[in-house]
Design a protein around this ligand. Sequence first.
Ligand code: SF4
Length: 585
Amino acid sequence: MPPIDIARPFSRILHYDATSGKARVEEFGLRAEHLGGSGLAAALYEASGLAAASPDAEEQPIIFAVGPLTGLFPLMSKCVCGFRSPYNGQWTESHAGGRLALALRFAGYDALVVTGRASELSCLIVGGHRVRAVPVPFLRGADVFRTGKYMRGMVKGFSGHRSTIRIGRAGENGVGFACINVDSFRHFGRLGSGAVLGGKNIKGIQVVGDSVSALPPGKSYPSLVRDIQLAVTTTSAMRKYHDLGTPENLEPLNKLHALPWRNLQKTSDSGISDMTGQRIAEDLLLRQSACAGCPVGCIHIALLREQFGDEHDYLYKQVPYDYEPLFSLGTMLHITDPERVLSLMDETEKTGLDCMSAGVALAWAAEAFEKGLVSEKETLVPLRFGEWEGFETALRHLAGRDNDFYRLLGQGALAAAACYGGDDFACVLGQEMAGYATGEVFFVAQTLGFRHSHLDNGGYSFDQTVTEKDAGAAVKYLLKDEHDRVMLTCMVACLFARKVYTTEKLQECLSSLGLEDMAGVLPEAAGAVRDLRWKLKMGTGFDPQKARIPKRFTEITTWKGGIDATYMEETRGLYSREILRMGGR
Ligand code: SF4
């Protein structure tokens, strides 16, 4: 096979039909139009014409897409997963790092599209020179770690050029927020990609980067790579991510009254002194790791020691930790012993649940338990704030969909509240909230954001830096920020590098690869991708004007005082009208 042409005008797509077991390679579209990543996934979904079909129809695809800069510049390390969400039925995306993006790049593909359903539980192996499914019925019910260990033995060689993605019981059982684990420490987390893979009877996919890629000719490329490498490693731009990592946010957000505690009954608590980023690093940090192609290394891995058997027997586990799971499985459940929070994270990893959605859904369940809306008859174990053992067992029940209560809770806190009551205190902003109780703009931004993610735009940052309550200014900020982030998610950059990769820098990078045509239209093409994503989301059921923010979010106090419901409603109204406009309605 000749080296992969990095300046080719079309995208190279590997399609795999799990029903027939057949694969084909397609030269798709024009890269200068759909760019890559978010844009490529959306263009592929639009071309498939399946928006009107049921979200769980076998022919619905799950798409893994990388960008034109993947593997060629520092921190161009992410992969976009596009799918119809089992949580809400809508077209959505999830993003993950690990080695997947580079493995796909070095297998010679811009995207892998999987459709159909395998006749028995299988693992898929793909590369530039191979596509095959391996039946693995004996892995049914196996946890993410055992599955990963087995899969890593399926292909010999290519160490460092392989990526192993897989699901746990939650994905097999169709939990609405089951995730896909990527190379042990990263995830396609939110909105249920794991259940989509499980619905295809695919336990995991191993991508082997077994091809070669030519480097661009000329001197501009190496000198640009050197400049960016220096910017991300020697300036302050990325330091916080490497040093304490995102857990550094715990203390300042608590001080700012923006850290959700006890199902957002509070936004600050003195218990934070037990669980600061500094303290976890001093007591438990084992090592740091990085996605392939990233010199920063923000992945913090703790050593968790758990006793079993007699008093001298211990299990040692490596558990990755970030700010988000420390909030969702820690402060939100009012658990402040870092080792116990790590135990919950480990259980969440094993079962293949998304840690943020699972923690926030369980926080709703604990408050419903406290208020007597549900009892042990439903929850099977006592769920009390601060008592980690009950939550650890509940995570297993959630992944197993063990009764009606857990089946509903696995579709989110609002689905459970519709049956048992308690929708006022369901901390749901489009999906279970992210850990930023910063104020009105963030609550609107997550509720209406394309992925309902704190990473869709910087709404939380606007709340923290702007004191005036000007809905027009807030929406203007959200629109500009979303557009700029779409550019990055088309490339597909780690969003932590957004200050380094300005529009001009991205254009320089593209030009150095011989993609001047794409560089010239980058801002306009990103605008078209943004609009297409909204069109697809609305065409698959999203109505921004029907999105509501539960009462709990109006009851809290932030650093600016009480929530201003009028300002929030005005921002919500303005932003939803802009979304309708972008989606062509
Ligand atoms: S900064 Fe962290 S998440 Fe981003 S690419 Fe590097 S290791 Fe991965």
